[in-house]
Write a protein that binds this ligand. Structure first.
Ligand code: HEC
Ligand code: HEC
Length: 259
């Protein structure tokens, strides 16, 4: 091992051990745009994309490889068409892992997995990446889906919109089936999730576009569950849970005082 550290390496060590060197804050966290990523040697540079095209391709991509694949495809297909390599060599088949909450398991919604993967590919600043992904997840919890209405769709009837208060595929699909009356295996449910892939692809592209232009502003992520986290989250008096999810969907019996 080489112990002759450069100044930059020492600054990095300083930050990871929490020494709080003023210089480190500036060098490693002060810049949050694509330019900072380029200087960190990330070959996967983001380029501005057309938002409605991402929406349309997210929907189409769903029918090629599922929800995570579709959402990811919305951006990656455009990048490979407009900019060639390395985008055209991206092993996009890997995104099929995310289908229906990871291989059909019903956990994290695949659309979110696809969107988070895009952000993770392009943005290397830990704080900014996590903030952007959290914003995407929070937006998903609180929005009525699907929003996108494709011009060509196998479904003629109206697709009802539902808000799931959860990032889980299981809860999102279950809510929608409960309210729409359609079965989870119906072609209506399939098209509902394809539209959702369009919605999440659109949102992710919009966020990445503003990040690229240096205009990404961290959203206010406050939620009704902040109260719960004040005690159960990190540094709280109980400090026994992990997570930023909305607690009420699973612990609604706990919303009144229980301590
Ligand atoms: C003022 C602090 C405080 C707040 C705020 C708070 N809790 Fe708790 N919670 C506690 C304490 C203390 C316990 C008991 C812990 C133990 O027994 O180890 C507890 C227990 C629980 C348990 C275990 C339940 C049980 O009955 O054994 C759950 C689940 C829980 N809280 C969820 C929530 C949720 C959801 C919220 C927000 C709606 C919330 N808590 C807000 C302090 C708090
Ligand atoms: C997707 C459903 C889900 C969400 C969302 C969720 N929880 Fe839970 N939580 C569970 C389950 C399931 C358990 C384990 C079973 C149990 O102990 O009730 C659990 C366990 C707990 C426990 C330990 C309970 C015990 O028995 O000691 C606490 C405290 C708790 N959750 C608080 C929270 C808080 C605070 C949030 C929001 C930040 C939250 N949970 C979000 C499902 C959820």
């Amino acid at each position: 091992m080489d112990y002759n550290l450069t100044r930059r390496q020492m600054i990095r060590l300083g930050t990871s051990f929490g020494m709080g060197l003023a210089g480190a804050v500036f060098f490693d966290h002060g810049l949050s745009s694509n330019a900072a990523d380029a200087s960190q040697g990330n070959p996967w540079q983001y380029h501005e994309l057309d938002i409605p095209t991402s929406e349309k391709l997210g929907y189409k991509g769903f029918y090629k490889g599922g929800c995570a694949y579709g959402t990811f495809y919305g951006a990656m297909f455009q990048l490979s068409r407009k900019h060639g390599e390395p985008y055209s060599s991206f092993p996009i088949h890997m995104m099929k892992f995310g289908t229906s909450g990871v291989a059909g398991y019903g956990s994290l919604c695949g659309c979110l997995n696809g969107g988070a993967a895009l952000i993770g590919l392009f943005c290397q600043d830990d704080a900014v990446r996590n903030q952007m992904i959290q914003e995407l997840l929070r937006w998903y919890e609180q929005t009525k889906f699907p929003i996108y209405k494709p011009s060509f769709s196998p479904i003629e009837t109206e697709i009802v919109q539902t808000k799931s208060n959860s990032v889980l595929c299981h809860i999102s699909v279950g809510e929608w089936c409960g309210i729409s009356g359609y079965k989870a295996s119906s072609k209506e449910r399939l098209d509902r999730c394809a539209r959702l892939a369009g919605d999440v692809s659109k949102k992710t592209t919009d966020m990445l576009n503003s990040w690229l232009k240096g205009g990404y502003l961290a959203a206010n992520l406050s939620s009704i569950s902040d109260d719960c986290r004040a005690c159960h989250g990190r540094g709280g008096e109980v400090d026994d849970i992990k997570g930023l999810m909305d607690c009420s969907i699973c612990h609604d019996d706990k919303l009144s005082d229980h301590y």
